[in-house]
Design a protein around this ligand. Structure first.
Ligand code: NDP
Ligand code: GDP
Length: 327
């Protein structure tokens, strides 16, 4: 009998790669899709991977407990991956209440659905390095104190502690992956790596003349989403649920990442880059650098893809998209 997995956020970057990964492992994959008036757009990432016909879709919303109860009833999952969220930090200051409800309380709704309908299902929570925010240690691991710097970070921290609490209160097999930034050709266009690779591709093709960015001194520990979804799965294969940092252990400034992207297409970043004060955030996470020793020692997981290879893959994908006029 194939194992069943239910993924919230299946239409997002990680959901698409995780669905592909689990299908390759022989799972029956169910994905939560929220209703939208734009029919046929939601599954564009799954189509990009060629797996859109291989998954079951369940109509539900993280803010609607009854729809999640139904999703768990329909899918009878052995494993639930809660990847759905309002995931963009900058928007979380424009929509703080929605972010709290979807990213924070939404996780409680998923935990409740499991507790009520299928308490033996294993649960994965998509926690975030944004919970470290104003960092309290130079290398952040599972024991580093949290200090979120945005409504998004605060909502993720609430969801993280609810996951720990349901594990300790109800004995759920609930694990939390504290993932550092991870990117890919399927990253949302508003995030800085993809904004850069998309602009570099357009500039190279003569379709654009400028790249506007905010704080390019910020530093992130960037890995590849394809590598990171394997860590999610590994967490749920352990006998004991637990929390794990997932990171590369290398930090790079936005400025250096921009240079890597322009250099790949033989252009000089200085000629095209404009700093726009409007793009600075009300509070910034200056630097993140993860220590994934526990994931390496317990899960046997480590990041495989160097930043340079990932940026090249993303630029190539954006060049292909813009060359074919797919946008
Ligand atoms: P995306 O923004 O690409 O995907 C978010 C997903 O959540 C989409 O499928 C979206 O659906 C869905 N969603 C949003 N609101 C709701 C709602 N109300 N009900 C149901 N579904 C909803 O995120 P990523 O794939 O990059 O990230 C996956 C998870 O990991 C997120 O929780 C994110 O916060 C977290 N994370 C990500 C990191 C990263 O670097 N990528 C780092 C650490 C944590 P739709 O397609 O309809 O918008
Ligand atoms: P985050 O780490 O989840 O906030 O991921 P982002 O990719 O959105 O941002 C990473 C860093 O890049 C943050 O410190 C941003 O302030 C910085 N940054 C600088 N310019 C931009 C920009 O134009 N867009 C985005 N998204 N981030 C930018």
């Amino acid at each position: 009998m194939a194992r069943h997995a239910l993924i919230t956020g299946i239409t997002g970057q990680d959901g698409a790669y995780l669905a592909q990964n689990l299908l390759e492992k022989g799972y029956e994959v169910y994905g939560v899709v929220r209703r939208s008036s734009h029919f046929g757009i939601a599954d564009h990432r799954l189509r990009w991977l060629g797996i859109e016909k291989n998954v079951h879709y369940v109509d539900a919303n993280l803010t609607d407990l009854s729809s999640l109860l139904r999703a768990v009833e329909i899918s009878r999952p052995d494993e639930v991956y809660n990847l759905g969220a309002q995931s963009y930090v900058a928007s979380s200051w424009q929509q703080p209440i929605l972010t709290s409800q979807v990213t924070g309380v939404g996780t409680t709704n998923v935990l409740e659905s499991i507790r009520i309908v299928k308490p033996d299902a294993r649960f994965y929570q998509a926690s975030s390095s944004e919970m470290f925010g104003l960092i309290q240690e130079s290398h952040q691991n599972e024991r580093t104190p949290f200090y979120p710097r945005s409504p998004y970070g605060a909502a993720k921290l609430f969801a993280h502690w609810m996951t720990v609490n349901y594990r300790e209160s109800f004995n759920l097999h609930a694990s939390s992956g504290i993932l550092f930034n991870h990117e890919s050709p399927l990253r949302g266009i508003e995030f800085v790596t993809r904004k850069v690779t998309d602009s570099v591709a357009q500039i190279k093709l003569g379709k654009k003349t400028e790249l506007r960015l905010g704080n390019i001194d910020a530093k992130r520990d960037w890995g590849h989403a394809r590598d990171y979804v394997e860590a999610m799965w590994l967490m749920l294969q352990q006998d004991r649920p637990d929390d794990y940092v997932v990171a590369t252990g290398r930090t790079t400034s936005v400025r250096d990442m921009v240079e890597i992207a322009f250099h790949y297409v033989n252009l000089d970043a200085e000629e095209f880059l404009t700093i726009d004060p409007e793009l600075f955030r009300p509070a910034e996470v200056d630097i993140l650098l993860g220590d994934a020793t526990k994931a390496r020692e317990t899960l046997g997981w480590s990041a495989k893809t160097p930043l340079e290879d990932m940026i090249r893959e993303m630029v190539d994908a954006d060049l292909a998209r813009h060359s074919s006029n797919a946008g």
